[in-house]
Each structure stands twice: as C-alpha cells, then as structure tokens.
Design a protein around this ligand. Structure first.
Ligand SMILES: *Cc1c(COP(=O)(O)O)cnc(C)c1O
Length: 395
C-alpha cells in the first residue's frame, strides 16, 4: 500500500526495485545515475568558477524535487532554483542546506516571513517589491541581511525591472537596510532558437545594464543569464552561474544543440497490462467509439491514463513498447486506463510491463516524440507526471 504522501507524489520515491511494486498499475522510474551523470557532464562544460544552479521547480519537472535536489547537489550542483516559496520550504524540510533561489515573484508578508524563516533567497522584480521586503523585514525584526537577487527584464517581458532602469533599481535595493544583493540576473526568451538575433539583443542589454551598475561603483557578486539552451549554445552566456533545468533531466532544448553534450533521460514511465481480451470485427473501443475494430483483434487494457500524465490528445497518436516491440494505442485515452492493440504479440499477459515513455532494447519513446506530436515542448510533457504516480528510484 502507498502512504497518503506517496500517492500524492509528495514524498521522495522509494529506493527499491521497481519490479517488486507488483501492486502498482503504473509508476515513474527515476534514473539517479543518469541524473548524476547529466549534472557532471554539464559541470564539465562550465569554466572554473562558474556555478551550476539545478532548477528543480514544479517538483523537479515531475521527477520529485527532494531526491533530484539531493542527487544534483551530491553530483556537484551549487545552487537550487524553485518557482515558489512552498517549493523551497519542501527542500529545507528535507534537510537540504544548499542556497535556494525562488525564481518567482513573492510579495505578501506571509511569503516574506517564510523566506526569512526558511533561509530562502527571493527574486526582486521591482522597486515596489523591494520596499515591501524592507518594511516587512523591519516589522519582524529581521537583523541579518537577507540575500536577494535582482531580476532584470531584457526582452522576455515576464518578471523584472527594465534593463534601462537597472542602475536606479540596484542602487535603491543597495540602500535599503536588511537587504544584500547576491546576484543580478535576467532570462532569455529565444535561447533555443537557431536564429540568435533576439538572444544577442538580450545579451547586449544585459551587458549594458551591468556596465551601468558598475559605473556607480557597485560590485555585484554574481551575474547569471543562461537557461539550458543558452548554456549549450555559447559559453559567453554563462557569466558566473547557469540555471539549468531541462538538461539536468536529460533532454535537449532543441535538436541543433544535441551535439554539444551527451545526456541521458532520467524519467521513464511504466504501466502494467490489467486485462487482455479478444474483440470482434466491428466492436468499438473506449469512449465515443473513436476506434472500430477492422477485424478480430487482441487488445490489452493498460493501467495508466490522462490523470496520470498521458495527454488525452495523444489518443490514437501514440505507441507504447511491450515485449520489446512498438504497438499502437487505440481508442480514446481515459482518465486511468488506455487500450493498446497487441494482435501482433501472442504472449502478452495481465501484469506485463508496458513502457509508456522510455527505452526497451534499442527502441525508445521520448518526451520529445510526444511533444512533437502534440505541438508542445518536452518540459510540459515531463511536468505532466507531477502528481499521481509513485516514483521509483533506479540507482
Ligand atoms: C525554469 C527556469 C530556468 C530553467 O529553464 P530550462 O530551460 O529548463 O533550463 C532558468 N531560469 C529561470 C528564470 C526559469 O524560470
């Protein structure tokens, strides 16, 4: 039986043999050796003195934040990046001591209390927010300076103060008591594109902002700009730290960046056959009878569905691996189950393992395949496996 926390996917996965999980209809396997190797590969691409932030927001892109964070740190990552305060608290509650940057915006006194209490480091996006921080820290008699990170908008039009106001903003924060600037950073909008025009414009703006800040005589201890794609595309974008998410999980931000580094996907998704049956020619399969059997067929019901993270829009567009072979998924994917055509495989039985995402022998189904099919990105596919399935660590 799963505990309540495990069934919610909150607690780190069991460090056990996945094949002992007989009771499980479906699970996510997390290859910690691959994760560790990806981090080391990444570190080997960085200059001496450049730090690596492993971005573990959104429950480590569906891989399980605590175990991923522990593994990444053990492999040499210096920093952790999360999106929200609760994500940071989860890591601290698990005993993780590394510096944690909250990449998202935080404004409320409750969030600021929690940041101070849990020793998290906030992103400051605007002068207004900086003033709220200073006031709130005064209210709670916080004495040690809180390390804060200045976010500049250089062209993403998401969080941050315009690069043109960088100097005023940095100066304001520097003069506020209880705040200490730990870094200045920005985020790139098009680093995965082969056309570098916009990325270079953002880099140029970031450079201008840094020059303005330096001209005030203010020394910033750390500058950072690169996400995964920028980390691979040009080491001039690395500055003092890179913030890598996708690469840590073993996927590539774009095909043209594949040759830069050899990574291994960390996540595999497996499910079991829960029933095998023969259906007659003309029988409909699943809701809406989107599939009508063209002949007598053998099909298998598999215990995984859209509530687990298999997008319903993949219905009749995906394949799975079973007994080392690709077979097509048929009919509409339902909340907890889907059907596959196993007419070509005579020996499938209830309990057999189906690879939904991952590798069997020389055959592979990757998050990129799904993303391509759905006209989305692999990031979204990975994050889809965030909640429901238990995670099993493979060492
Ligand atoms: C999510 C995020 C990253 C990591 O992006 P990847 O493309 O997965 O490497 C880096 N920086 C910021 C600000 C982010 O929000």
């Amino acid at each position: 039986m799963l505990s309540r926390e495990q069934s919610q996917g909150v607690v780190p996965y069991e460090q056990c043999d996945p094949y002992a999980w007989f009771s499980q209809r479906a699970w996510v396997e997390i290859d910690l050796a691959a994760l560790s190797d990806n981090v080391q590969q990444l570190l080997s691409k960085l200059s001496v003195g450049t730090q690596l932030m492993a971005v573990v927001k959104a429950d480590a892109y569906g891989h399980g934040a605590v175990t991923v964070a522990q593994t990444a740190i053990a492999a040499g990552a210096n920093w952790l990046g999360v999106a929200t305060v609760p994500e940071g608290i989860q890591l601290r509650e698990a005993g993780i001591k590394s510096p944690i940057l909250v990449l998202g915006a935080t404004y409320t006194p409750e969030q600021i209390h929690a940041i101070a209490h849990w020793n998290l480091q906030p992103t400051l996006c605007s002068p207004k927010q900086a003033l709220v921080f200073a006031d709130t820290l005064e209210d709670i008699h916080y004495t040690a300076p809180l390390s804060v990170h200045i976010k500049l908008d250089t062209g993403m039009s998401r969080l941050g103060t315009s690069w043109q106001q960088a100097a005023e903003f940095v100066q304001l924060v520097q003069r506020l008591p209880r705040l200490q600037i730990a870094s200045v950073y920005s985020h790139l909008a098009t680093a995965d594109s082969e056309d570098q025009t916009i990325m270079r414009r953002q880099q140029q703006r970031f450079q201008e902002a840094i020059a303005q800040i330096a001209s005030l005589g203010i020394e910033v201890p750390c500058l950072h700009l690169a996400n995964s794609a920028a980390t691979l595309s040009d080491e001039n974008l690395h500055y003092d730290m890179v913030r890598a998410g996708l690469l840590v999980y073993g996927l590539y931000p774009a095909n043209h960046l594949r040759s830069a580094i050899a990574l291994k996907p960390v996540m595999q998704v497996k499910a079991r056959v829960t029933q095998v049956k023969t259906i007659a020619r003309g029988d409909g399969v699943s809701y809406g009878h989107q599939f009508i059997a063209p002949r007598e067929m053998t099909i298998a019901v598999v215990g995984i569905g859209y509530a687990d993270g298999v997008p319903r829009n993949l219905s009749q567009k995906m394949q799975v691996l079973i007994h080392g072979q690709f077979v097509p998924q048929i009919g509409t994917i339902t909340m907890d189950q889907l059907m596959i055509d196993i007419s070509t495989l005579p020996h499938v039985q209830e309990g057999d393992i189906v690879t939904i995402l991952g590798q069997e022998g020389d055959k592979c189904i990757s998050a990129d395949d799904w993303a391509h099919q759905l006209k989305t990105i692999s990031w979204e596919i990975l994050c889809g496996f965030k909640h429901r399935l238990p995670r099993v660590a493979i060492m």
